[in-house]
Design a protein around this ligand. Structure first.
Ligand code: ATP
Length: 239
């Protein structure tokens, strides 16, 4: 069997005495579209932060395509691109430079990177805004820029933390179609979402996290078919 895109073994992440993630283990195969569901504060972003090196692991291990994220961090980080929940673009750079600077974090520079930035801008319909700062973009354009930035170093795994939070129906459909296309071209995708229909529509398998623990992991068809997600969905939309 091939090496999984992501393998998490007994991950624990504590903030002081509080375990935000409490013994999560799972594996995501290359080419999968994988959903991470859970109510606010369940531990989804903390898990993602541990995967991409933004949070130190308290216990357990994480490997990306066989590379331990702590021991082989340089190799591991090159395999993954993150579109975070909150925008953290440099507000003084034009969006083309946002992409080019991001590539620099991976040691990539020069004409090839500029070409890739231009290609991504074109692919995500942002070429006409290339010289604008991100604050001048519409909400949908910012989401697309976030995806483009996550893809600048050609990662094999794309992680999206609530990519469609607060967007209108039309933009959500547009983003779904972009994500499907990326997955169809071979990218492994992990996304967190609060929307059951989004997970159902896009994901091959779904993991549910509750209070830092993994409480379900199955194919979308099984989980939805078994009616398990309906309980979770009600809980998620109660606020
Ligand atoms: P949401 O759906 O609201 O984004 P989430 O599932 O992503 O929630 P996390 O952001 O991972 O949840 O948070 C899990 C728990 O860890 C929460 O109780 C949160 O307050 C806590 N937490 C997250 N980051 C920190 C931090 N830097 N310091 C202390 N506690 C933290």
């Amino acid at each position: 069997m091939s090496v999984p895109a992501l393998r998490i073994d007994n991950l624990v992440k504590c903030y002081g005495d509080f375990a935000a993630v409490d013994g999560v283990s799972l594996a995501v195969e290359e080419g999968e579209f994988f959903g991470l569901l859970g109510r606010n504060g369940a531990g989804k972003t903390t898990t993602i932060n541990a995967i991409v090196g933004l949070a130190r692991i308290t216990r357990g291990t994480i490997a990306l395509f066989g590379h331990d994220v702590e021991r082989d961090w340089r190799l591991a980080r090159g395999t993954v691109g993150l579109a975070p929940q909150e925008y953290n673009f440099d507000r003084y750079l034009n969006i083309r430079d946002v992409l080019i600077y991001q590539a620099g974090y991976y040691g990539l520079r020069g004409a090839a990177v500029a070409r890739r930035a231009d290609l991504l801008l074109e692919r995500f319909d942002l070429t006409s805004k290339a010289k604008q700062v991100y604050t001048r973009l519409s909400g949908g354009m910012k989401r697309r820029l976030s995806l483009a930035r996550a893809l600048i170093h050609e990662p094999r795994l794309l992680i999206l933390d609530e990519p469609t939070a607060g967007v209108d129906v039309e933009l959500r459909l547009e983003l779904w179609s972009l994500l499907r296309e990326l997955n169809g071209r071979g990218s492994t995708i992990i996304l967190t979402t609060h929307y059951l229909e989004e997970a159902e529509e896009l994901c091959d398998r779904i993991a549910i996290i509750q209070s830092g623990k993994l409480v379900a992991l199955d194919s979308t068809r099984h989980l939805v078919g078994a009616g398990n997600l309906q309980d979770v969905f009600l809980e998620l939309t109660r606020r």
